[in-house]
Design a protein around this ligand. Structure first.
Ligand SMILES: CC(C)(COP(=O)(O)OP(=O)(O)OC[C@H]1O[C@@H](n2cnc3c(N)ncnc32)[C@H](O)[C@@H]1OP(=O)(O)O)[C@@H](O)C(=O)NCCC(=O)NCCS
Length: 203
């Protein structure tokens, strides 16, 4: 995640920030996705290796190898212990990974970001839109966040439509930095808990 995010920074109380860290540490499941484990590296690499999956995402390791993907999983397990990050995988048949979700949290701002991808065989059927909506609602309720901040590449039309369609507000453009130091222009959206409640409600 870029250190320019979130754009809106409303300090959380120390108690609220600690409750968010505790919620992140306690999380094991998000919808039908479970926490990624070190032994998922091979199957996750198979998903990520497709350019239709990795090309639009600036947070993934470069190069993509089983070793760098294993480190990506390990980093997220450490982030979970610190209460600031979670990596989930959606298991398919035959041990395949059909999707992943990368949750990054800024407890001090009560804010978070969701990234991820689906297997290309699932693209364009509404699965991502429904899954993202459920994941955003989960981030507000289970992780007790007050703000979601999202980014997408200027060319990533499906993600732009998804975020616009859910009512996220466009906040402008930032430069995102990839793990290898290269950069990418990103559009930024934000959505507060109150805005989500007014538009979608909470079940
Ligand atoms: C982004 C992603 C999760 C969206 O999931 P999806 O199931 O393909 O998306 P949906 O079918 O729910 O469609 C979402 C919106 O994009 C539109 N869309 C889908 N595919 C499209 C395409 N190829 N071209 C233009 N618009 C497209 C849909 O019409 C929908 O917009 P609408 O609600 O205004 O009609 C998925 O495409 C993906 O994994 N992409 C690769 C990785 C990525 O970009 N991740 C997000 C950045 S972190």
């Amino acid at each position: 995640m870029a250190d320019t995010l979130p754009l809106t920074r409303t300090p959380a109380s120390p108690e609220a920030a600690e409750a968010i860290r505790a919620a992140v540490r306690a999380a094991t499941q998000m919808g039908d996705s479970r926490l990624a484990r070190p032994e998922d590296a091979r199957a996750l690499l198979a998903l990520l290796s497709d350019p239709a999956v990795h090309a639009p995402i600036y947070t993934l390791p470069r190069p993509l190898t089983q070793e760098t993907v294993a480190m990506f999983i390990d980093t997220h397990l450490a982030e979970r212990e610190a209460g600031i990050g979670l990596l989930f995988v959606r298991e398919g048949e035959d041990g395949r990974v059909m999707g992943y979700s990368d949750v990054q949290v800024w407890p001090q701002w009560a804010a978070g970001e969701l990234g991820g991808a689906l297997h290309p065989s699932l693209h364009g059927k509404g699965t991502g839109g429904r899954g993202a909506a459920a994941s955003f609602a989960w981030m507000f309720t289970a992780l007790k966040l007050d703000l979601l901040c999202e980014t997408a590449a200027l060319t990533n039309v499906p993600t732009q439509r998804l975020l616009d369609g859910l009512g996220f507000r466009r906040m402008g453009e930032v430069t995102s930095v990839r793990p290898d130091g290269s950069t990418r222009a990103s559009l930024v959206w934000e959505m507060t808990r109150a805005e989500w409640a007014a538009r979608h409600g909470f079940d």
